[in-house]
Design a protein around this ligand. Structure first.
Ligand code: SAM
Length: 371
């Protein structure tokens, strides 16, 4: 990486992948760059790069030009209107074949003139806080661990996560245990919080019920919509990109609520469960499944994810449900082994589902009919 205040050059090498493949991955990842990052990054001609306002609206936009990433896609941030002498900052992103793989290069020109910093100390300060610091921080163990936790579980993204959560063999025993408990009928209206790739919904919808679901990962929402296209077209399923702490559904919509493998990630579980209670009808049932502390550090909950999860004792789960306003609440540890056999979990993973492992916690609660 080089920068003299006017030029910045970043090169990132991806082994064993040709430029067309890397360009496609780059466009996809850019499209999925969460809006929370404050940036919309269109990497195809005619698309816009947009710096988003705090409310998520397009702020400054920069139209992308060029023919393809392989030939180079360019865009310019306009001059700073409040800074005398500021000129546009020009970016080019390009993917080229290199050393048996592909290089992604980012070139920026005019950064110093764009900022219009007359003092060297301001220019160097900008470089350290805005470029050097974030780049050096990115691969640090804590930041990289957070990134992996998000990528694989907390807000899954990327091709491997999409495929994994569309057919999550190691979660299927849990799904069957939940389905056995909640005994859905055609008259039920199901809410699923944190639906991942939509695999549980697909099983649940076989009952003929209707369903509403949310996940805060745009890629999981898209994967759920693909897997459950028929139910969506039939008007039996609605899937939204939303946060578990603030559900985008009206009071009393659903008869049953399910969440599996999600509570570990929530910073304010009482608020999230209160939201579920609000969306349940009086008398509505809640079924929450999570892995127990016994799984911490096993292949079911490996590091770096394990130490980033909230783990609960059984009594703590009951207390969370009560604090969220549920009248009746109880937790048990279902025997997952028969379900694991039914779905064909490989032999080497079967010990994780054995009754002796006590690896799953099932929280069941009911919204009171009078509150
Ligand atoms: C380990 S995955 C489980 C997915 C699915 N339930 C399953 O068992 O296959 C956790 C899911 O919860 C979602 N999630 C985590 N925190 C969330 C939040 N605050 N709001 C909405 N979804 C959340 C993630 O995006 C991810 O899809």
């Amino acid at each position: 990486m080089t920068s003299d205040g006017d030029r910045l050059h970043v090169e990132f090498w991806v082994p064993d992948a040709d430029p067309a493949t890397v360009a496609e991955l780059l466009r996809h990842e850019a499209r999925m760059l969460p809006s929370r990052s404050g940036l919309r990054l269109g990497l195809a001609p005619g698309e816009n790069v947009a710096a988003l306002t705090p409310s998520g609206e397009d702020g400054t936009t920069a139209p992308a030009t060029g023919t393809s990433l392989e030939d180079g896609i360019s865009f310019e941030w306009p001059a700073l209107s409040w800074q005398p002498g500021s000129t546009p900052a020009v970016f080019q992103i390009r993917v080229t074949a290199s050393g048996g793989g592909s290089s992604v290069t980012l070139d920026a020109r005019g950064l110093g003139r764009h900022l219009g910093a007359s003092e060297s100390s301001d220019l160097v300060g900008w470089f350290v806080t805005e470029i050097l610091g974030p780049v050096v921080r990115a691969p640090s163990p804590d930041r990289a661990s957070d990134w992996w936790t998000d990528r694989r579980a907390r807000s899954p993204s990327g091709a491997a996560s999409r495929a994994g959560y569309s057919d999550p063999i190691y979660h299927r025993p849990n799904f069957l245990a939940i389905v056995d408990r909640i005994r859905l009928s055609r008259d039920d209206v199901l809410l699923e919080v944190g639906c991942g790739g939509g695999a549980f919904l697909r099983d649940a919808l076989e009952s003929g019920c209707r369903a509403y679901a949310i996940d805060h990962s745009p890629e999981m929402v898209a994967a759920t919509r693909v897997l459950n296209r028929a139910a969506i077209e039939d008007g039996r399923l609605e899937v939204r990109d939303a946060d578990a702490h603030s559900l985008p559904f009206p009071d009393g919509l659903c008869t049953v609520a399910v969440s599996t493998g999600v509570l570990h990630f929530l910073d304010d579980p009482v608020r999230a469960l209160s939201e579920v209670r609000r969306v349940l009808r009086p008398g509505g049932r809640l079924c929450v499944f999570i892995g127990s502390k016994e799984l911490r550090g096993t292949p079911a909950a490996p590091e770096p994810m394990a130490s980033r999860l909230h783990w609960y004792e059984d009594e703590e789960l009951v207390a969370l449900a009560r604090a969220a306003g549920f009248a009746e609440a109880r937790v048990d540890r279902p025997d997952l082994e028969p379900y694991a056999r039914r779905v064909g979990v490989p032999a080497e993973a079967m010990p994780l589902f054995a009754a002796a492992m006590r690896g799953g916690q099932m929280l069941e609660a009911v919204r009171s009919r009078i509150d």
